[in-house]
Every structure is written in C-alpha cells, then in structure tokens.
Design a protein around this ligand. Sequence first.
Ligand code: PLP
Length: 332
Amino acid sequence: MNLAQFARRGYVTEPTPLERLDNFSAALGNKVTVYIKRDDLLPGCAGGNKTRKLDFCIADALAQGADTIITCGAVQSNHCRLTLSWAVKEKMDCHLVLEERVKGSYKADGSGNNFLFNLLGAKSVKAVPGGSPMLEEMGKVAEALKAQGKKPYIIPGGASNALGALGYASCAQETMEQLFLMGVNIHTMVVPSGSAGTHAGIVTGMYANNTNIPVKGINVSRTKEVQEPIVHKLVCETAKLIGIKQEIPASAVDCNGDYVGPGYSLPTDSMVEAVKLLARTESILLDPVYSGKAMAGFIDLIRKDTFPKGSNVLFLHTGGSPALYAYTDTFK
Ligand SMILES: Cc1ncc(COP(=O)(O)O)c(C=O)c1O
C-alpha cells in the first residue's frame, strides 16, 4: 500500500507503543500472551483512534478551503472531542450535532467528553433525538453557516468513510512493522467495531499486506449480521481508494455481537470487570462504551480457549477514557 499518495496533516508523528501485558496475561491464567497497541496514546486532546482518521479527513477539508468543521456523534462522543481538538489546533470553528441515543442522556453541563466539548470551545452543540437522520441534521447546520459566509466541511460520524479508514490501514502497516522489529508473531488481532472505520481500515491493511492474520471485531452497538456487511462495504471502498487490485472477500470480516449487552453505551457487568482488570493489573484505562466492551469480549474469548494455547494475541486500544468520568456510578 502506498498511503503517502494521500494528503494528511501529520497528526500521527510516530508509532504508538505496542506493549506486552504480563500482569494481565497472568491474571487470565497465561493461556495466551496479550499485547496491546496503545492508540489511546495518540496525539490530540486525551488521545484515541479518531486522530488517525482525522489526519486524512481534515487535510481534505483544508484542501477544499473549509474554515469550519461540522461532525456528529453520541452524547459522550470521543470522535466529537477529537474532531474539536484538531479543529482548535487548525484554528477552525467546530460545530457538533449529538444524537441522544439513550433518552434523557444528554446533559449540556455533563461530565466526561461533554465537559470537554465546552472546555475546548465548540462553537455550537446541538442535541437531537435518537434515530434522527444525522447527515441531514449536519446539512442544516452547514446551510445556516454558509448563509453567514462560512465554509463548512462535514465529517461523518466516527470519520468512518474511506478517507478516514486510511488511518487504520496505515495502523495495520505500522503494527506489522513493530511486530517484526519486536520478533513477535501474533495469531489474531482484536479490535472494537462501531461506526466501522477502525475495523475496516485494519482489515484492509492486514489483507493488502498479505499478513494472513485474522482480525476479530467486537461490536459495541449492532448484531453480527448487521455489522459485518457495514464493515465489508467500507473495506471495499477503502481498498478501491488505495488502489488495491485484489478483491477483499466478505469472509475477511468477522464481527462478534455477543458483548453489546442491553444496547449501545449501556453498561454490562463484563465491561466493568474488563475496565477494572486492565486498570488494576496494567494501570491502563479503557472506556465504558467501546474499548471496555471490546476488552470484555476479548477476555471472554480467552477464557473460552478461542485462541491457541501459548499464542500471542493483540488488542487494539482505541482510547475513550474521558467517558469513564460520566460513568462513575457504574463503577461504585
Ligand atoms: C474509544 C473508541 N473506541 C472505538 C471506537 C469505534 O471505532 P469505529 O467507530 O471506527 O468503529 C470509537 C468510536 O467512536 C471510540 O470512540
């Protein structure tokens, strides 16, 4: 893959750490050796996966002459926090549209990411009911701004279009290079699967590099049957954008919907256990909505002997810890 053919802003200046988790592996009976890719430590306010995607999306916005970014997400959206964070650095205005997927969950003066929307100076935050057509809602904001002479650019939820997914195709390449230098051969890579850009980018990058390493997505909102075609469609679009000749089959996409619990952003006991276990063994913070549920799935799969005994398995930590502070009651 030649990803240097695409303009980016240079937000990702060096590889994120790839660490072996000895204490965590031991707590799970040393059935496998767990490694973690620390994308929670990416640059951008409080880190997390969206920085890799925004590196490409904001370059495109600037190339198109935009002075304003509009994006959307859930009420505790890490994507909104990071889009706002990079807009601040670029001296661009940023407007957020928040989908209240759980009724009553939006609080203008809420904690976690919500607090950071205000602190970082979002130009406007508009909450709309769950199920609202978010592209249309962002379009309305764009029209109003254009009428004021602004040049807005809309980034879709999670920056999960082909341009954004390039960030995770590049992460796959970066990860393979690190594993080579460390002399570590991994059996499987496990990633959270939400708006799909992260999962799709990793699958595209792993496939295009002929790694033969299976990628397991752990869903945070949808069933396996619904999520897999969404991820695969984005894989195909991303591969086309990069210019990958071979077709990436639907069988390269594997989503597990068993750890969503009662619904998106709603806590589960296994998420709480996963967040506590990683914090208390490795001093690494997950989040309650994405990386916590994905880790809960990963732990369960290890306990169920899904991976060969003694193998190396890699978890992609996509960040999100600011959301923990909006869930303190859940951890009491
Ligand atoms: C912390 C965190 N992890 C994982 C994800 C899921 O990534 P994606 O939306 O690319 O599937 C998100 C999405 O918002 C996130 O904020």
